[in-house]
Design a protein around this ligand. Structure first.
Ligand code: GDP
Ligand code: ZN
Length: 348
C-alpha cells in the first residue's frame, strides 16, 4: 500500500490564518541618488501623475557581499574592497531596483534589475566607475544663433551618443532669433540623415511641449555649450528645475575627469533628467576608426560593400565607396570632413 499525499483543502480557518501573516510587498523604482550607501529611490507611481517622495534605501546585505569579495576563479576568494562600505558599481544612479518599503520614507533594496546601458569613466588605476545606468537619450542643445551652432561640436556629441548606445535628440534653441531658412540651413543636415531635430524657443514658447513629450518616461542627459539656453529650457519644462550643468567647454577625445553624475531629477510629467556635469567627459578614448565610422550613421550604406581595396582607409584610395558617396552629395562633405578630423584624434 502506498500513501498518496492528499493535498489539503484549505479550510475557512486556514484561509483566515494566512491573511494575518504580514505580506511584505516589494515595489520597483529608480535610484535617483547615491550617497555613502544610502540610495534615494523614486518609486514607480502606483497611480499616474505627481511626484512622490523618494525612499531612502539601503542595500540588502547579500547585495553588498557579492560585490565585496573577489570572484576570480584562479585566486582564493578574498575581500577586495573591504575599505569601501559601498561602491558606485553595485548599484548606480539610474538603476531600476526592486525594494521593500519599511515605512513611508525608508526601504531596503532587494534586487538590481538588469541594466540597459551603462556609462562609465575610467577611474583610478584603470578601474571603471559607473556614472549612470539606463540612460536613454542625449539631448544635444545648441542655439540657432547667439551663439551660432558649432556643427563640428554637434557631430562630436552625436558620436558620443552613438558610441554609448544613446539616442541623440538635437535641439536648436533660440528659434526666435532666426527665420525658417536660417534654421534649415543650420540643422537640416541632421534631420536629413535621420536624427530628430527639435526647434525650441523659451522666449516664444516654441517646441517646449514637444521637448517635454520627448523626455517622458525616459532617462535623458542634457549637454551643449554654455549660453545656448539649457537652464532656460529645463526651467520651462519644469519651473525650479536646476541642474549643475556648469560650464560645458569643448569636448576633447582625451577629456578631463572632474565631476560625476550627481542625481536623476524626476519630471512631473514623467521621465528623469540626469544632472550630469560628468557627461562632458563622455570621452571616446577607446573608439577604433571602424567604431567611429559606425557612429556616422549615414556612412553605413556606403560601407556595406567593400571598396576596391578591402583595407581602404577611405581617404585617397581609388574606387572608394565612401568617397563616391561624398562626391554624389549623398554624404555631406562637411560631415565627412568632421569624421576625418575626429579620426585623426583617435588613439591608434
Ligand atoms: P545655458 O548656459 O545653456 O544654461 O543657457 P541659459 O539658459 O543660461 O541661457 C543663456 C541666455 O540665453 C540667457 O540670457 C537666456 O535668457 C537666453 N535664452 C535662453 N533661451 C532663449 C530663447 O529661446 N530665445 C532667446 N532669444 N534667448 C534665450
Ligand atoms: Zn573606401
Amino acid at each position: 500500500m502506498t500513501k498518496t499525499p492528499v493535498p489539503e483543502m484549505p479550510t475557512e480557518q486556514a484561509t483566515e490564518a494566512l491573511e494575518i501573516v504580514p505580506v511584505t510587498e516589494t515595489r520597483e523604482g529608480v535610484i535617483l541618488r547615491a550617497i555613502s550607501g544610502i540610495y534615494l529611490v523614486h518609486a514607480d507611481a502606483k497611480e499616474t501623475g505627481g511626484l512622490s517622495q523618494p525612499y531612502s534605501c539601503t542595500l540588502r546585505g547579500n547585495l553588498k557581499k557579492n560585490f565585496t569579495y573577489s570572484t576570480s576563479g584562479s585566486t582564493p576568494r578574498r575581500v577586495t574592497r573591504a575599505k569601501r562600505p559601498y561602491s558606485y558599481d553595485v548599484a548606480s544612479i539610474g538603476d531600476r531596483v526592486r525594494f521593500t518599503p519599511i515605512d513611508e520614507t525608508e526601504g531596503i533594496i532587494e534586487e538590481i534589475l538588469p541594466r540597459r546601458t551603462r556609462f562609465t569613466r575610467s577611474a583610478f588605476r584603470g578601474r571603471e566607475q559607473t556614472l549612470v545606468t539606463n540612460l536613454d537619450q542625449l539631448v544635444i542643445v545648441f542655439a540657432c544663433a547667439e551663439p551660432n551652432p558649432d556643427l563640428w561640436m554637434v557631430d562630436r556629441w552625436i558620436v558620443a551618443a552613438e558610441a554609448n548606445g544613446l539616442e541623440p535628440l538635437i535641439i536648436g534653441n533660440k528659434r526666435d532669433l532666426v527665420d525658417e531658412a536660417q534654421f534649415q540651413e543650420r540643422f537640416a543636415e541632421y534631420s536629413r540623415i535621420g536624427y530628430r531635430v527639435l526647434a525650441t524657443s523659451v522666449e516664444q514658447n516654441i517646441g517646449i511641449d514637444a521637448l517635454r513629450e520627448a523626455l517622458r518616461d525616459r532617462i535623458s542627459a542634457f549637454t551643449g555649450p554654455s549660453g545656448v539656453g539649457k537652464s532656460s529650457l529645463l526651467n520651462a519644462i519644469q519651473p525650479g528645475l536646476k541642474l549643475a550643468t556648469g560650464e560645458i567647454g569643448s569636448v576633447t577625445f582625451k577629456g578631463r575627469h572632474t565631476t560625476t553624475v550627481r542625481e536623476l531629477i524626476p519630471l512631473e510629467t514623467g521621465g528623469w533628467v540626469a544632472d550630469t556635469p560628468g557627461l562632458r567627459q563622455m570621452t571616446m578614448l577607446n573608439l577604433t576608426k571602424e567604431e567611429l565610422m559606425a557612429c556616422f550613421i549615414e556612412f553605413t550604406p556606403f560601407l556595406a560593400t567593400s571598396c576596391r581595396f578591402h583595407n581602404c582607409r577611405h581617404e585617397a584610395e581609388p574606387d572608394c565607396n565612401l568617397k563616391a558617396g561624398v562626391a554624389s552629395g549623398a554624404i555631406s562633405a562637411r560631415r565627412y570632413k568632421s569624421f576625418q578630423t575626429m579620426a585623426r584624434d583617435l588613439k591608434e
